[in-house]
Write a protein that binds this ligand. Structure first.
Ligand code: ADP
Length: 266
């Protein structure tokens, strides 16, 4: 699509001409469309839990409050929904900070081994409760240190492992793997869960894109986990990819740059 603007036209005896500007507005329009969709999505995502809160509060007001057992159940729902809304707003704020370039990375030399161990321990209980085995699979030789912001990378790993478990059934395994590549360490999270269809895969890193909205919501998802993981990996100078086979499982893999030997001298 092009916009056509006439800046000047003049007619003389012999020569006449037009100065015009042809501008490709395709990208501009696409951005505007994306922005509108985003605002519509945010409004919808916030209205859904608010509707739930309101109906449960009304039920309590209309008499459920006199039934202690039912009240407790309703309060649990109310707390879960408010938690999810808080997560949603926190995630949105974080994304908008990245969009605006307003973020600080505390780049340190980090051991991938320690990072994965840390995440493993935090998910150990959930893994037991949900009966999904969690494994860390590292090469025998020690991996080089990566240059990354610890809290940020922990967040990426948390998002990816929590997805792997969320979309897997009992008696399956989630594996965290890492190996060295040229100038980077590659970390992979592999599950044997429900997988993602080819047609959804291309859009999966988009904000709020979810294969099954109801399932994601009921599991406390916000639809922003993968977008945030992607942003964080990109600002570190890494890459992130996902491949998946429907009903077989999913593999998300990302890279982190190595911590150069001379870096602490600069
Ligand atoms: P959510 O909060 O919904 O989990 P994400 O951005 O983390 O949001 O993921 C987006 C969607 O991608 C999910 O709703 C789900 O449909 C799909 N997805 C993500 N990770 C996996 C996985 N490991 N296996 C299957 N589907 C996944």
């Amino acid at each position: 699509r092009f916009s056509f603007t006439v800046l000047k036209s003049r007619g003389e005896e012999k020569k006449s001409g037009i100065i015009a500007v042809l501008q490709d507005v395709t990208e501009q329009e696409a951005m505007e469309k994306e922005r509108k969709e985003f605002v519509a999505n945010v409004s919808h995502e916030l209205r859904t839990p608010l509707t739930t809160l309101k109906s449960y509060l009304e039920a309590l007001e209309e008499g459920v409050i006199d039934d202690p057992e039912l009240s407790r159940r309703f309060l649990r729902v109310l707390l879960n929904e408010t938690d999810r809304m808080t997560r949603l707003v926190t995630d949105l704020l974080q994304l908008s900070r990245y969009d605006a370039g307003q973020y600080m990375l505390d780049l340190q030399p980090l051991s991938v081994h320690e990072l994965l161990q840390d995440v493993f321990e935090r998910f150990a209980l959930r893994s037991q409760q949900e009966n999904i085995a969690l494994q860390v699979d590292l090469p025998a030789d020690s991996l080089p240190l990566v240059k990354a912001d610890r809290d940020n990378i922990i967040q990426v790993l948390d998002n990816l492992i929590s997805n792997a478990m969320k979309y897997s059934n009992e008696n399956t395994t989630v594996v965290m793997r890492a190996h060295e590549e040229e100038e980077a360490v590659r970390i992979e999270i592999i599950d044997e869960g429900m997988g993602i269809r080819r047609r959804d895969l291309d859009r999966i890193f988009e904000r709020f894109y979810r294969v099954d909205k109801a399932r994601s919501r009921s599991m406390g998802g916000t639809g922003l986990g993968l977008s945030i993981a992607r942003q964080i990996v990109l600002v570190h100078g890494g890459t992130i990819d996902i491949d998946s086979e429907w009903q077989k499982g999913t593999r998300v893999s990302f890279t982190l740059p190595l911590y150069g030997e001379n870096e602490d001298e600069t």
